[in-house]
Design a protein around this ligand. Sequence first.
Ligand code: ADP
Ligand code: ZN
Length: 638
Amino acid sequence: MAYHGGRAFSVLVVRPLPSTASLTALLHEVFGYTEFRGQQQAVIEHVCADADALVLMPTGGGKSLCYQVPAIARHRDARGMTVVVSPLIALMHDQVGALEEAGVHAAFLNSTLTSEQALHVEREMMSGRLVLLYAAPERVTTPRFLAQLGALYERGGLSLFAIDEAHCVSQWGHDFREDYLALNVLHERFASVPRIALTATADELTRADIIARLQLQGARVFISSFDRPNIRYHIVEKDNARLQLLRFINNEHEGDAGIVYCQSRRRVDETAVWLNGQGMTALPYHAGLDAAMRRWHQDRFLREEGVVMVATIAFGMGIDKPDVRFVAHLDLPKNIESYYQETGRAGRDGAPANAWMTYGLADVVNQRRMIDDSPAGEAFKRAQRGKLDALLALAEAYDCRRVRLLAYFGQDSRPCGNCDNCLDPPATWDATEAARKALSCMYRFHQQGGMRFGAGHLIDVLRGQATDKVAQHHHEQLSTYGIGADLIESQWRAVLRQLIALSYLRTEGEYNTLEPTPSAREVLRGEVRLQLRVVSKAPKRDRGAAAASHQDSRRREKTPPVPLDAKGLARFTALKSWRAEVAHAHNVPAYVVFHDATLAEMARTGPASLAALAGVSGVGAKKLQAYGQEILRVLAAA
Ligand code: ADP
Ligand code: ZN
């Protein structure tokens, strides 16, 4: 049932609001989903009643439906077109593709269109046929576009404004867009058109800014839980980051799509080359690559199966790929906000996903250094250090990671059962004595010659190693020489990392020499106790070092999201190759045709009729009509 309803508009009709049942029916008909998630229904009913809304939902929470369902319902009700303002050009194309696949007439206007294409879209818009129009903010606020909206408005043909990524209006965030400030004009000119603003950024300052700058004082605020229950968090001590990453991917994500974040461009390039050498399809992405190369890599990530994107934080904003199965951090992010935003790109489809990070002493040192060396003011630096400390506390935590994450966003919760610490509670040890030994050794250095040393030398002295440097400085004569021989190097690194994380130590200068802070005296006096997680060596489920040392480039098959028997697997594989053809022919990513979960469900249940196929989640009326027969044929032949 294609839906391109072109009806005449009428202005003065009082229309009943769509009922809950009719909205649910619409959800099923168009998107093939059986129920709304979280606050979607409340938001949708609110907006359908002509009221403004501000929606705070985590990435993957399902924000799009919050305006797409009202847009469709209202267009069917002859209320006209919805304008979606979005800064993310890459996203518009795929969102519009997905809507058209579902039988909803949608288009976008942005700088990638030729003037001819733009004219065509404008004609569609003025005809009243268009249900949703996506437009970049700089386009929305042009006099030409405003005049066209004005003409639609006069005819009662302007239904709703959706302002996506609304935090871009706030100077507090790092995504500030000047053009967003001008969006007030929508409210001023078209006062009776309801607005819905959406963002995944939760903090209070940003929220207040959005309300003030977009004049949303009368809007109802919908705040969703920020929990992403399907994401499993792991944070491991850095040992050999690359090999750890390889083991993680080989053990848990063979053939899956994922993102690996690195701090520097060089590390991105090197890691990508190395992963390719291990038989993966890994592509680099960072601001040093030219725009065409970035677009090409992003496109492959979206369209091919099982691509690993190795990237700096330049990658990710506006990437709507629902089946990213893991996000790995090879370096420590700046703060918990970044960590949460980046890990949030995993598992948007709700299926199990992993967020994995490796971090070590050098990460702590580097991040502190970057703050210290930045040209920012002291107040800003202090705030940044505070945020880094919160992240370090998360990394060093031996209790539930999710409880800590959510607490950071002001949400109480109970141990989750789906993070490394819940699943495999780490043993802890009392490191108070060790910390005192390290600090007193540093005071001895200082008394002896006023010199400072880095972590490596300090650990050598504590462990009583006879290195050249020890001999050169006569450190074997110190009373602290060898007092820490009972601990291995990685344990000492953990102690130092923790001391830095807790600000008892800081690092200085080019060589990252260590220096106790004034509060270190509290540790020396035994006033604080230091409890550390026991450094675990290799992960338990390691399939052996062979996987790490040399990788045969055997074929990587993506595992289905549900366990399938042999018959099911054959169907799944057949459905995927059918999907690849359709996606290619329609120039859209595969997930726009059907999500993996939908194909897996078809493979598992093997529906033999259109009616049975319609019961599979993700199969809407339009897709049933367009693809139903073909799918039944593919299933029967597999
Ligand atoms: P956000 O924009 O908040 O990050 P999306 O709107 O992209 O999230 O939705 C994330 C995924 O969840 C999409 O793949 C979408 O199809 C799916 N989804 C959203 N709402 C529902 C629902 N009610 N039932 C099933 N799947 C849903
Ligand atoms: Zn947990």
